[in-house]
Design a protein around this ligand. Structure first.
Ligand SMILES: CCCCCC/C=C/CC(=O)SCCNC(=O)CCNC(=O)[C@H](O)C(C)(C)COP(=O)(O)OP(=O)(O)OC[C@H]1O[C@@H](n2cnc3c(N)ncnc32)[C@H](O)[C@@H]1OP(=O)(O)O
Length: 719
């Protein structure tokens, strides 16, 4: 796990060998201890270089080991002995030096980085802090403000930025190991005392308290209820105010408060869930690592509305030539200007030049005859989409892949009107498509494994977190949203206010509560869908009992809000009022309060006091319950996929892990009991009836979320 060689007759070269990222597993730590001991005690050795195999220095501690008891040699004493030694130790950083990897490098006397390397202390993103001296050494090396920013955000820096900050001593375009060996030879016999970070005094800004206070407030605002960044601030304060020996103790104490916390477990689960989501499997047995995706050398986007523009930008910025199509001249020109503007702003932000030359704009579908792949992004209307696909079948060559950007329509019905149903798939982007990271890849029953592989790989190329899902109304994300938002409106009827419900959800960790989020998205979209599905509007049978539709409870308050022309932020009025159309500062609106009160009076509903606990339980347990049904139905293959969809597409707080992980943390037995309780109180709300899978898992002893798959695998898959 750590290879030892003697090079240039006097330099011990220690290479970490734990692919793929040379994580510091207990075996690697043993390896480092043994090889360092050998290097420090061998009189032939005058200097030491530490590097990583396969061009990667080290991706940090082995996160998988965090779930079990800590094993292996104690870290800090081992690392202290490296620093205290009289032989210069140089870290040769290629690829990454992250977390424990960077901490290891900070114990070395010198650091040489390859120009493509990335460095950082991302522990905070895993719910912990850099507890192998990172919070005490980095501030001593680069000062409090810079260290505070890196440690509290977990941001990775480039080698060039690391050089500017003073984290590394040299950046090279050559082999970093070879450069480090030469560097080490030159360092022999130079004094090392100023290179031992533990012996330095932390350079402290005069306004330390104000700085720490400002950062704390910023964190509390941005990451409400998240523990790790606040603990990081306290650890960095210790680096500024305590000698190293005490600071390191404080670092350990703070780590102890985080290490076994639910938040750390959730965040580490998210790290692996995100990587698991890319590993799709179809019922045929075809899977991510044995189907070759098609190479996409050209693409077309049909429709230059909000979604189409974002999709065109996402394709062009990764170097794919795009033909963008609109149906009339004016729309085409507006779309062209918007796409070019977005591409330019995006390029400016990333410090690259905008790829205008990759974009072509046209009014005619016949220009698409040779493209490799088409993404249709026209208005969400089945008839319109079908007519586009019929036309495409006539125009495009037989091998062109067809994708539809729909948020919930039947992908197989669209495939059915084409001459190539096996080459049709859904690509559900989230708005704005060039910003949002989530992509639901919707596999119809006839979608071939090749198109699944291609859509998943294209998503990855565009920088998306892609999740393969089955074809059903709303797919995974939007299907689950319904029971969640239904509960919120039922709670309004029963006595809550929009602001109370939003506050409870925001205190839970959502960036926005359900009503503020609906105002942002636009209330008219859901209204149109409800009208089309016969839930409201002139098609509703007048004999239908009030507050019931299609045999179940229905709350018409959202329709009443829309009937008043209140469509959310864009109209300046929605569930809240805004200072102007397009305004973003939501204020409670007495008119909404009146509307709800009149509604309650009309139906004789006596408002009751509703607790935050009830709001959270009803909204989130209904959400997870639908997730269990989605697993039963084979629409998602794993709970991790559902969680990733909610984390990246719906603002679910990452430190809660996602709806399914959250349910497992609350305890499946408890979720079941609460759903049974609420369903008894509301028997006409089928979404509150516990799903058979939830009951089955509870009967099997509530296994951890990673094991649920074993209980689902016999079920039917729609993927
Ligand atoms: C002797 C000193 C010891 C000090 C130890 C003190 C403790 C310190 C705490 C920590 O270090 S916490 C860990 C901090 N590190 C990170 O957060 C880095 C996590 N990894 C990444 O960000 C990325 O993986 C990467 C390193 C930038 C590489 O990205 P890339 O896109 O190239 O590959 P991935 O698909 O992400 O990863 C490949 C593969 O490797 C697994 N993996 C990555 N990092 C770790 C890790 N630190 N521990 C365990 N496993 C890791 C990842 O899950 C993938 O696995 P798969 O099975 O192939 O999906």
């Amino acid at each position: 796990m750590a290879r030892y060689e003697l090079v240039k007759r006097s330099v011990a070269l220690i290479t970490l060998t734990n692919p793929p990222v040379n994580a510091l597993s207990s075996a690697v730590r043993h390896g480092i201890a043994k090889t360092m001991e050998r290097a420090l005690s061998d009189p032939k050795v005058t200097a030491v270089v530490i590097c990583g195999e396969n061009g990667r220095f080290c991706g940090g501690a082995d996160i998988r080991e965090f779930a079990g008891p800590l094993r292996g040699p104690p870290l800090v004493p081992l690392l202290d002995s490296i620093e205290a030694g009289e032989k210069p130790v140089v870290a040769a950083i290629e690829g990454v030096a992250l977390g424990g990897g960077l901490e290891l490098a900070l114990f070395c006397h010198y650091r040489i980085a390859h120009f493509k390397a990335r460095l950082g202390l991302p522990e905070v993103t895993l719910g912990i802090l850099p507890a192998a001296g990172g919070t005490q050494r980095l501030p001593r090396l680069i000062g409090i403000p810079a260290a505070l920013e890196l440690i509290t955000t977990g941001r990775h820096v480039s080698a060039q930025e690391a050089l500017k900050l003073g984290i590394v001593d040299q950046v090279t375009e050559q082999n970093a190991c070879e450069v480090a060996v030469e560097f080490a030879l030159r360092a022999v016999a130079k004094p090392l005392s100023s290179r031992r970070l533990s012996s330095l005094t932390t350079p402290c800004p005069p306004n330390l308290d104000a700085l720490l206070e400002a950062v704390t407030m910023q964190i509390q605002k941005k990451a409400r209820g998240v523990m790790a960044p606040l603990a990081c601030v306290q650890a960095v304060r210790a680096a500024a105010t305590m000698p190293y020996s005490q600071g390191i103790k404080r670092e350990s104490e703070l780590m102890a408060t985080l290490f076994n916390s639910g938040q750390a477990r959730a965040l580490q689960y998210c790290f692996f869930a995100e990587r698991t989501a890319g590993k799709w499997t179809l019922p045929s047995g075809a899977q991510w690592n044995d189907i070759k995706p098609r190479e996409i050398r050209s693409a077309a986007v049909i429709g230059l509305g909000t979604m189409g523009r974002g999709i065109a930008v996402s394709l062009a910025r990764v170097g794919i030539p795009v033909i963008a199509v609109e149906s009339d001249k004016k729309l085409l020109e507006t779309g062209r200007q918007m796409v070019i503007g977005m591409l330019e702003r995006d390029a400016k932000r990333r410090g690259v030049s905008a790829s205008h030359n990759l974009l072509k704009f046209t009014l005619g579908l016949q220009d698409l005859k040779d493209v490799d792949l088409v993404i249709e992004a026209v208005f969400e209307d089945m008839a319109l989409k079908k007519s586009v696909f019929r036309e495409l079948s006539k125009v495009c060559r037989p091998a062109t892949l067809f994708c539809t950007n729909t948020s919930g329509l039947d992908v197989d019905a669209l495939a059915g009107v084409t001459d190539r149903p096996q080459l049709v798939i859904g690509m559900h982007f989230f708005s704005p498509a060039h910003v949002m990271k989530l992509l639901e890849v919707v596999c119809g029953p006839r979608s071939s494994s090749e198109i699944v592989a291609t859509a998943m790989s294209l998503g990855k190329r565009m920088g998306k977190v892609s999740v393969a899902v089955g074809n059903c109304p709303g797919f995974v994300g939007n299907r689950m949203l319904k029971p969640y938002s239904d509960q919120a409106t039922f709670l309004l009827e029963e006595g809550a206010t929009p602001e109370q419900i939003d506050k409870a959800l925001e205190d839970f960790g959502f960036a926005m509560g359900v009503f503020r989020m609906s105002d942002l998205a636009g209330l008219d979209v859901g209204w149109r869908v409800r009208k089309e599905s016969g839930l409201t509007g002139p098609d509703v049978d007048p004999k239908n009992p009030p507050r019931r539709r299609q045999g179940r409870k229905y709350c018409p308050i959202p329709d009443m809000v829309c009937e008043q022309g209140r469509f959310g932020q864009k109209t300046g009025r929605g569930w809240y009022m805004y200072d102007k159309p397009g305004g973003t500062k939501a204020k409670p609106d007495p008119l909404i309060q009146n509307l709800i009160e009149m509604y309650r009076n009309r139906y004789g509903i006596q408002p009751r006091n509703i607790t935050d606990q009830e709001i959270i339980e009803r909204c989130l347990f209904a959400l997870a319950n639908e997730g269990f049904r989605i697993l039963e139905d084979g629409i998602a293959a794993r709970p991790e996929d559902i969680d990733v969809i909610y984390l990246f597409g719906y603002g679910f707080p990452r430190h809660r892990g996602g709806p399914m992980f959250y349910a497992s943390m609350v305890g499946l037995q408890r979720v079941l009991e609460r759903l049974e309780h609420y369903h008894q109180a509301h028997p006409d709300v089928p979404h509150l009836e516990p799903s058979p899978l939830l009951k089955k898992l509870v009967a099997c002893g509530s296994p951890p979320v990673q094991k649920w798959r074993e209980h689902i695998k016999t079920m039917h898959s729609h993927l």
